[in-house]
Design a protein around this ligand. Structure first.
Ligand SMILES: [Zn+2]
Ligand SMILES: [Zn+2]
Length: 324
């Protein structure tokens, strides 16, 4: 079992033996484009948001508008929403990673031979805080200016579930295009060494490692594709907050290292951290289009085919030698 944090060659064979005490590991076999789990999970989040918005929202929102100034609502609100959403999941995952509680969840660990340590957490914590404050806060100010320029984001029509669904299509397209191509650019050798290598330190990622990256990468790949959507779509600030919550939860889930029941599958991005050259995008459409989608099963199948071809070639060579 290895818990050392160091850059490794992805081609290197890893110790695949599983720790007995966690029981058999439970995994779905593949990562489809849109899995049932993804749709179910986010439908529940969206339904809860609009259900409570419909019941208590308008009254609560009028109170907020009457009490606070516009910059406080937009800047302060966005800061609170992103902080609460981020640290809520990261804290739960830290308990699971460091105290192995609840123990039964460890059967869902994707790479069980790599056990997160406190050292990993301290390392990721400082980088995450720096990115949140030195990159996230200035980007929030820029976002405020851009949303103001596009229209008043708190004065717009109150969001509806249908309106959100339509805007969500735009958000997903911008996120997929921005993240996929930005991420592929960062894998070019000249950028990889200077920028993206930091994010790939975790070959078996943990939730907080979602923003363990170079500040330039955090701005270019994490924040810009995420926040450009609401600017382009002229979204209400409540829509922005729901989108931030969904996208952030998804990023943490993609890095959490566990394939938990009812949660979307993190296998695609977890596999990207393991092998580096598959699954660059967050949705999967551009990976399918460019032929960069991949799973462990596909890699194992390729290995089997290569081994079989090598064995056949060796047999042929032996036969030829005998004939001579
Ligand atoms: Zn990652
Ligand atoms: Zn990468």
């Amino acid at each position: 079992m290895s818990s050392e944090l160091k850059h490794v060659d992805p081609e290197q064979e890893q110790d695949a033996s599983l720790p007995d005490e966690w029981g058999p590991t439970v995994l779905h076999s593949t990562k489809a484009l849109f899995e049932v789990g993804d749709v179910f999970f986010y439908s529940v989040v969206i339904a809860i948001f609009f259900g409570s918005l419909h019941t208590y929202g308008e009254q609560f929102w009028s109170h907020i508008l009457a009490t606070y100034s516009k910059p406080v609502i937009i800047l302060g609100g966005s800061f609170i929403v992103s902080q609460v959403g981020f640290w809520f999941w990261v804290s739960l995952l830290a308990i699971l990673d460091l105290y192995q509680f609840p123990k039964s969840f460890w059967r869902y660990k994707i790479q069980p031979q790599k056990v997160p340590t406190q050292e990993w957490y301290w390392k990721a914590l400082w980088v995450a805080l720096q990115n949140q404050f030195f990159v996230g806060v200035p980007t929030g100010l820029l976002l405020y200016k851009l949303m103001e320029w596009r229209g008043n984001p708190i004065g717009m029509e109150f969001p509806t579930m249908l309106g959100f669904a339509k805007e969500m299509v735009g958000f997903l397209v911008i996120e997929e295009v921005g993240f996929y191509y930005g991420h592929r650019l960062l894998h070019l050798p000249r950028f990889y060494k200077r920028i993206h290598k930091q994010h790939h330190l975790f070959t078996a990622p943990i939730g907080i490692a979602a923003i363990y990256c170079h500040p330039l990468e955090h701005f270019m790949c994490n924040l810009s594709p995420l926040l450009l959507g609401p600017v382009v779509m002229k979204s209400h600030v409540l829509t922005l907050w729901l989108w931030i919550t969904i996208a952030q939860t998804n990023a943490i889930n993609s890095h959490c290292g566990f394939q938990l029941p009812l949660f979307p599958s993190p296998l695609g991005h977890d596999y990207h951290h393991e092998v580096f050259n598959k699954n660059y995008g967050p949705v999967g459409v551009l990976d399918w289009f460019h032929g960069t989608a991949g799973t462990r099963e596909m890699a194992e199948e390729k290995k089997r085919i290569r081994a079989a071809a090598a064995a056949t070639a060796a047999k042929k060579q032996q036969a030829e030698l005998k004939q001579e």
